[in-house]
Design a protein around this ligand. Structure first.
Ligand SMILES: [Zn+2]
Length: 326
Protein backbone atom coordinates (compact mmCIF):
# COMPACT_ATOMS: atom_id res chain seq x y z
CA UNK A 1 0.00 0.00 0.00
CA UNK A 2 1.21 3.49 -0.87
CA UNK A 3 2.18 5.67 2.04
CA UNK A 4 -0.12 8.62 2.70
CA UNK A 5 1.82 11.90 3.00
CA UNK A 6 0.70 15.18 4.70
CA UNK A 7 2.00 18.72 4.61
CA UNK A 8 1.45 21.72 6.99
CA UNK A 9 -0.58 24.46 5.36
CA UNK A 10 0.34 27.84 6.97
CA UNK A 11 -2.81 29.48 5.61
CA UNK A 12 -5.26 27.08 7.21
CA UNK A 13 -2.87 26.10 10.06
CA UNK A 14 -3.77 22.45 9.41
CA UNK A 15 -2.10 19.37 8.14
CA UNK A 16 -3.41 18.69 4.66
CA UNK A 17 -3.16 15.47 2.74
CA UNK A 18 -0.70 15.54 -0.20
CA UNK A 19 -2.47 14.75 -3.43
CA UNK A 20 -0.34 12.56 -5.79
CA UNK A 21 -0.82 13.35 -9.50
CA UNK A 22 -1.08 10.49 -12.03
CA UNK A 23 1.63 12.09 -14.22
CA UNK A 24 4.02 12.01 -11.25
CA UNK A 25 3.38 8.31 -10.83
CA UNK A 26 3.95 7.63 -14.53
CA UNK A 27 7.16 9.72 -14.59
CA UNK A 28 8.47 7.95 -11.51
CA UNK A 29 7.68 4.60 -13.02
CA UNK A 30 9.35 5.47 -16.30
CA UNK A 31 12.45 6.69 -14.47
CA UNK A 32 12.64 3.48 -12.54
CA UNK A 33 12.20 1.38 -15.67
CA UNK A 34 14.91 3.29 -17.59
CA UNK A 35 17.30 2.89 -14.69
CA UNK A 36 16.59 -0.87 -14.50
CA UNK A 37 17.09 -1.35 -18.24
CA UNK A 38 20.41 0.53 -18.15
CA UNK A 39 21.64 -1.57 -15.23
CA UNK A 40 20.56 -4.77 -17.04
CA UNK A 41 22.41 -3.76 -20.24
CA UNK A 42 25.51 -2.94 -18.23
CA UNK A 43 25.48 -6.30 -16.47
CA UNK A 44 24.89 -8.22 -19.71
CA UNK A 45 27.80 -6.42 -21.39
CA UNK A 46 30.17 -7.20 -18.51
CA UNK A 47 28.95 -10.78 -18.35
CA UNK A 48 29.34 -11.21 -22.14
CA UNK A 49 32.88 -9.93 -21.99
CA UNK A 50 34.08 -12.14 -19.19
CA UNK A 51 31.84 -15.16 -19.37
CA UNK A 52 31.35 -16.78 -22.78
CA UNK A 53 28.56 -19.28 -23.30
CA UNK A 54 29.58 -22.89 -23.88
CA UNK A 55 28.64 -22.63 -27.54
CA UNK A 56 30.79 -19.52 -27.98
CA UNK A 57 33.70 -21.28 -26.29
CA UNK A 58 33.42 -24.25 -28.67
CA UNK A 59 33.24 -21.96 -31.71
CA UNK A 60 36.20 -19.95 -30.54
CA UNK A 61 38.36 -23.01 -30.00
CA UNK A 62 37.32 -24.40 -33.41
CA UNK A 63 38.24 -21.07 -34.94
CA UNK A 64 41.70 -21.17 -33.37
CA UNK A 65 42.21 -24.76 -34.56
CA UNK A 66 41.21 -23.82 -38.11
CA UNK A 67 43.65 -20.93 -38.10
CA UNK A 68 46.43 -23.25 -36.91
CA UNK A 69 45.52 -25.78 -39.59
CA UNK A 70 45.64 -23.12 -42.31
CA UNK A 71 49.01 -21.92 -41.05
CA UNK A 72 50.42 -25.47 -41.28
CA UNK A 73 48.86 -25.95 -44.71
CA UNK A 74 50.33 -22.70 -45.98
CA UNK A 75 53.71 -23.65 -44.59
CA UNK A 76 53.61 -26.97 -46.49
CA UNK A 77 52.52 -25.19 -49.65
CA UNK A 78 55.45 -22.84 -49.31
CA UNK A 79 57.82 -25.82 -49.11
CA UNK A 80 56.26 -27.41 -52.20
CA UNK A 81 56.52 -24.09 -53.99
CA UNK A 82 60.22 -23.79 -53.11
CA UNK A 83 60.97 -27.29 -54.41
CA UNK A 84 59.08 -26.54 -57.60
CA UNK A 85 60.93 -23.25 -58.08
CA UNK A 86 64.23 -25.07 -57.71
CA UNK A 87 63.07 -27.58 -60.37
CA UNK A 88 62.17 -24.69 -62.66
CA UNK A 89 65.56 -23.02 -62.15
CA UNK A 90 67.31 -26.28 -62.93
CA UNK A 91 65.07 -26.81 -65.91
CA UNK A 92 65.69 -23.36 -67.38
CA UNK A 93 69.38 -23.09 -66.47
CA UNK A 94 70.55 -26.61 -67.10
CA UNK A 95 68.41 -28.88 -69.21
CA UNK A 96 67.00 -26.31 -71.57
CA UNK A 97 70.36 -24.51 -71.74
CA UNK A 98 72.13 -27.74 -72.63
CA UNK A 99 69.75 -28.55 -75.44
CA UNK A 100 69.70 -24.96 -76.52
CA UNK A 101 65.97 -24.79 -76.04
CA UNK A 102 64.64 -21.44 -74.88
CA UNK A 103 63.93 -21.16 -71.17
CA UNK A 104 60.22 -21.10 -70.36
CA UNK A 105 59.34 -17.51 -69.43
CA UNK A 106 57.70 -16.89 -66.07
CA UNK A 107 54.66 -15.40 -67.78
CA UNK A 108 53.95 -18.80 -69.34
CA UNK A 109 54.62 -20.69 -66.12
CA UNK A 110 52.14 -18.46 -64.28
CA UNK A 111 49.58 -18.04 -67.09
CA UNK A 112 45.95 -18.59 -66.18
CA UNK A 113 46.55 -18.29 -62.46
CA UNK A 114 44.94 -14.87 -62.09
CA UNK A 115 41.74 -15.85 -63.90
CA UNK A 116 40.86 -18.71 -61.61
CA UNK A 117 37.80 -17.68 -59.60
CA UNK A 118 36.72 -21.11 -58.40
CA UNK A 119 37.06 -20.16 -54.76
CA UNK A 120 34.88 -17.06 -55.01
CA UNK A 121 31.77 -18.89 -53.81
CA UNK A 122 33.39 -19.37 -50.44
CA UNK A 123 34.25 -15.71 -50.33
CA UNK A 124 30.67 -14.66 -50.94
CA UNK A 125 29.65 -16.36 -47.69
CA UNK A 126 29.34 -14.22 -44.59
CA UNK A 127 32.86 -14.97 -43.33
CA UNK A 128 34.98 -12.37 -41.54
CA UNK A 129 37.52 -10.47 -43.68
CA UNK A 130 40.63 -12.10 -42.18
CA UNK A 131 39.20 -15.58 -42.74
CA UNK A 132 38.27 -14.76 -46.30
CA UNK A 133 41.79 -13.65 -47.12
CA UNK A 134 43.20 -16.75 -45.41
CA UNK A 135 41.06 -19.00 -47.61
CA UNK A 136 41.55 -17.04 -50.83
CA UNK A 137 45.33 -16.91 -50.35
CA UNK A 138 45.48 -20.66 -49.82
CA UNK A 139 43.36 -21.28 -52.89
CA UNK A 140 45.49 -18.95 -54.99
CA UNK A 141 48.60 -20.75 -53.85
CA UNK A 142 47.24 -24.19 -54.70
CA UNK A 143 46.15 -22.94 -58.13
CA UNK A 144 49.59 -21.49 -58.81
CA UNK A 145 51.23 -24.75 -57.85
CA UNK A 146 48.88 -26.72 -60.10
CA UNK A 147 49.71 -24.47 -63.04
CA UNK A 148 53.45 -24.52 -62.39
CA UNK A 149 53.46 -28.32 -62.11
CA UNK A 150 51.56 -28.68 -65.35
CA UNK A 151 54.05 -26.50 -67.26
CA UNK A 152 56.97 -28.32 -65.62
CA UNK A 153 55.63 -31.72 -66.69
CA UNK A 154 55.23 -30.48 -70.26
CA UNK A 155 58.78 -29.14 -70.20
CA UNK A 156 60.12 -32.51 -69.03
CA UNK A 157 58.23 -34.28 -71.83
CA UNK A 158 59.98 -32.00 -74.29
CA UNK A 159 63.37 -32.61 -72.65
CA UNK A 160 62.91 -36.40 -72.73
CA UNK A 161 62.39 -36.12 -76.48
CA UNK A 162 65.54 -33.99 -76.82
CA UNK A 163 67.56 -36.46 -74.74
CA UNK A 164 66.56 -39.28 -77.06
CA UNK A 165 67.72 -37.23 -80.01
CA UNK A 166 71.00 -36.20 -78.44
CA UNK A 167 72.18 -39.10 -76.30
CA UNK A 168 75.72 -38.80 -77.70
CA UNK A 169 75.82 -35.15 -76.75
CA UNK A 170 75.03 -36.00 -73.13
CA UNK A 171 78.31 -37.81 -72.50
CA UNK A 172 80.12 -34.72 -73.77
CA UNK A 173 78.48 -32.34 -71.31
CA UNK A 174 80.04 -31.64 -67.90
CA UNK A 175 77.87 -33.49 -65.40
CA UNK A 176 79.97 -34.37 -62.34
CA UNK A 177 82.23 -32.63 -59.84
CA UNK A 178 85.94 -32.62 -60.76
CA UNK A 179 87.02 -34.33 -57.53
CA UNK A 180 85.50 -36.92 -55.21
CA UNK A 181 83.26 -34.99 -52.83
CA UNK A 182 81.16 -37.60 -51.04
CA UNK A 183 80.78 -35.59 -47.83
CA UNK A 184 80.15 -32.36 -49.79
CA UNK A 185 82.82 -30.63 -47.72
CA UNK A 186 85.20 -29.76 -50.55
CA UNK A 187 83.35 -26.89 -52.22
CA UNK A 188 84.87 -23.78 -50.65
CA UNK A 189 84.03 -20.96 -53.02
CA UNK A 190 81.36 -20.50 -55.68
CA UNK A 191 81.02 -18.65 -58.96
CA UNK A 192 80.42 -14.88 -58.95
CA UNK A 193 81.65 -11.92 -56.96
CA UNK A 194 83.90 -13.12 -54.12
CA UNK A 195 86.57 -11.64 -51.90
CA UNK A 196 90.07 -11.84 -53.38
CA UNK A 197 92.28 -13.91 -51.03
CA UNK A 198 95.26 -11.55 -51.25
CA UNK A 199 93.97 -8.10 -52.20
CA UNK A 200 90.86 -8.43 -49.96
CA UNK A 201 88.66 -6.71 -52.52
CA UNK A 202 85.59 -7.99 -54.35
CA UNK A 203 86.54 -9.61 -57.67
CA UNK A 204 84.78 -11.79 -60.17
CA UNK A 205 85.49 -15.47 -59.46
CA UNK A 206 84.85 -17.25 -62.77
CA UNK A 207 84.74 -20.81 -61.39
CA UNK A 208 84.28 -23.00 -58.33
CA UNK A 209 87.04 -23.90 -55.85
CA UNK A 210 87.26 -27.35 -54.32
CA UNK A 211 89.79 -27.58 -51.48
CA UNK A 212 91.52 -30.97 -51.23
CA UNK A 213 94.87 -32.36 -50.01
CA UNK A 214 97.87 -32.27 -52.37
CA UNK A 215 97.77 -35.01 -55.03
CA UNK A 216 94.03 -35.74 -54.74
CA UNK A 217 92.98 -37.05 -58.21
CA UNK A 218 91.13 -34.63 -60.50
CA UNK A 219 88.60 -36.08 -62.96
CA UNK A 220 87.38 -35.01 -66.40
CA UNK A 221 83.74 -34.03 -65.96
CA UNK A 222 82.71 -35.17 -69.48
CA UNK A 223 84.08 -36.91 -72.57
CA UNK A 224 86.30 -34.75 -74.76
CA UNK A 225 89.76 -33.97 -76.09
CA UNK A 226 92.55 -32.36 -74.03
CA UNK A 227 93.17 -28.93 -75.49
CA UNK A 228 95.81 -27.75 -73.07
CA UNK A 229 97.94 -29.14 -70.22
CA UNK A 230 100.50 -26.48 -69.31
CA UNK A 231 101.49 -23.75 -66.87
CA UNK A 232 99.23 -20.75 -67.47
CA UNK A 233 100.13 -17.66 -65.34
CA UNK A 234 97.84 -17.18 -62.31
CA UNK A 235 96.00 -20.44 -63.11
CA UNK A 236 99.24 -22.41 -62.55
CA UNK A 237 99.26 -25.89 -64.07
CA UNK A 238 96.06 -26.02 -66.09
CA UNK A 239 94.17 -28.59 -68.15
CA UNK A 240 91.53 -27.47 -70.65
CA UNK A 241 89.24 -30.11 -72.16
CA UNK A 242 87.24 -29.44 -75.31
CA UNK A 243 83.94 -31.33 -75.17
CA UNK A 244 82.50 -30.13 -78.49
CA UNK A 245 79.07 -28.50 -78.64
CA UNK A 246 80.92 -25.26 -77.69
CA UNK A 247 81.77 -26.54 -74.19
CA UNK A 248 85.22 -26.41 -72.56
CA UNK A 249 86.13 -27.24 -68.93
CA UNK A 250 89.19 -25.88 -67.11
CA UNK A 251 91.04 -27.37 -64.11
CA UNK A 252 93.65 -25.07 -62.52
CA UNK A 253 96.44 -24.95 -59.85
CA UNK A 254 97.28 -28.65 -60.42
CA UNK A 255 100.36 -30.25 -58.87
CA UNK A 256 100.93 -32.44 -61.94
CA UNK A 257 99.28 -33.64 -65.17
CA UNK A 258 98.22 -37.11 -66.24
CA UNK A 259 97.16 -36.20 -69.78
CA UNK A 260 98.68 -34.50 -72.83
CA UNK A 261 97.15 -32.17 -75.43
CA UNK A 262 95.29 -34.08 -78.15
CA UNK A 263 94.51 -37.00 -75.86
CA UNK A 264 90.90 -38.26 -75.79
CA UNK A 265 89.41 -38.51 -72.29
CA UNK A 266 86.28 -40.07 -70.82
CA UNK A 267 84.08 -38.65 -68.07
CA UNK A 268 85.52 -39.67 -64.68
CA UNK A 269 89.04 -40.28 -66.05
CA UNK A 270 91.90 -38.91 -63.88
CA UNK A 271 93.59 -36.02 -65.70
CA UNK A 272 95.94 -34.75 -62.97
CA UNK A 273 96.39 -34.03 -59.24
CA UNK A 274 95.48 -31.24 -56.83
CA UNK A 275 98.20 -28.68 -56.13
CA UNK A 276 98.64 -25.01 -55.34
CA UNK A 277 100.54 -23.77 -58.41
CA UNK A 278 100.02 -20.29 -59.87
CA UNK A 279 98.07 -17.79 -57.83
CA UNK A 280 96.70 -19.95 -55.02
CA UNK A 281 96.53 -19.67 -51.24
CA UNK A 282 95.95 -23.37 -50.46
CA UNK A 283 95.85 -26.68 -52.34
CA UNK A 284 92.62 -26.76 -54.37
CA UNK A 285 91.25 -27.23 -57.87
CA UNK A 286 89.72 -24.19 -59.52
CA UNK A 287 87.11 -25.53 -61.93
CA UNK A 288 85.50 -23.61 -64.78
CA UNK A 289 82.84 -24.42 -67.37
CA UNK A 290 83.06 -22.32 -70.54
CA UNK A 291 80.35 -22.12 -73.15
CA UNK A 292 81.28 -20.26 -76.35
CA UNK A 293 84.48 -19.14 -74.52
CA UNK A 294 82.49 -17.54 -71.72
CA UNK A 295 82.60 -18.82 -68.15
CA UNK A 296 79.24 -19.95 -66.78
CA UNK A 297 78.31 -21.17 -63.30
CA UNK A 298 79.56 -24.79 -63.00
CA UNK A 299 77.13 -25.50 -60.16
CA UNK A 300 74.39 -26.16 -62.71
CA UNK A 301 76.48 -28.98 -64.18
CA UNK A 302 76.74 -31.22 -61.13
CA UNK A 303 73.76 -33.40 -61.71
CA UNK A 304 75.00 -36.88 -62.43
CA UNK A 305 76.40 -37.85 -59.06
CA UNK A 306 74.14 -36.02 -56.64
CA UNK A 307 70.81 -36.77 -55.02
CA UNK A 308 68.32 -33.87 -55.03
CA UNK A 309 69.14 -33.21 -51.35
CA UNK A 310 72.89 -33.15 -52.05
CA UNK A 311 72.31 -30.88 -55.01
CA UNK A 312 70.35 -28.46 -52.79
CA UNK A 313 73.27 -28.47 -50.35
CA UNK A 314 75.80 -27.80 -53.12
CA UNK A 315 73.69 -24.90 -54.40
CA UNK A 316 73.64 -23.42 -50.91
CA UNK A 317 77.39 -23.85 -50.42
CA UNK A 318 78.13 -22.30 -53.80
CA UNK A 319 76.04 -19.25 -53.01
CA UNK A 320 77.95 -18.26 -49.86
CA UNK A 321 79.78 -14.99 -50.53
CA UNK A 322 83.11 -15.98 -48.99
CA UNK A 323 86.71 -15.61 -50.04
CA UNK A 324 87.96 -17.58 -53.05
CA UNK A 325 91.17 -19.61 -52.99
CA UNK A 326 91.80 -17.97 -56.40
ZN1 LIG B 1 89.04 -20.27 -57.90
Amino acid sequence: MARVKYYYDTDTCKYERVKVKTTDIILNLLGFLTFSVLIAIGFTAIYGQYYKSDQEKVLQSENEKLKEFYAILNNRLEQVDKTLTSLQTRDNNVYRLIFEANPIPNSVRMAGVKNDKSYEKILKSGLAKDKKSLISNTFKRVNQLKRKMYVQTKSYDEIIKMVKDKSKMLSHLPAIQPISNKQLTRLTSGFGTRMHPLYKVAHFHPGIDFAAPYNTPIYATADGVVKRSEYMGGYGNTVDIDHGYNYVTRYAHMASFKVRPGEKVKRGQCIGYVGSTGFSTAPHVHYEVLKNNKQIDPVYFFFNDLTPEEYEKILKLASIKNQSLS
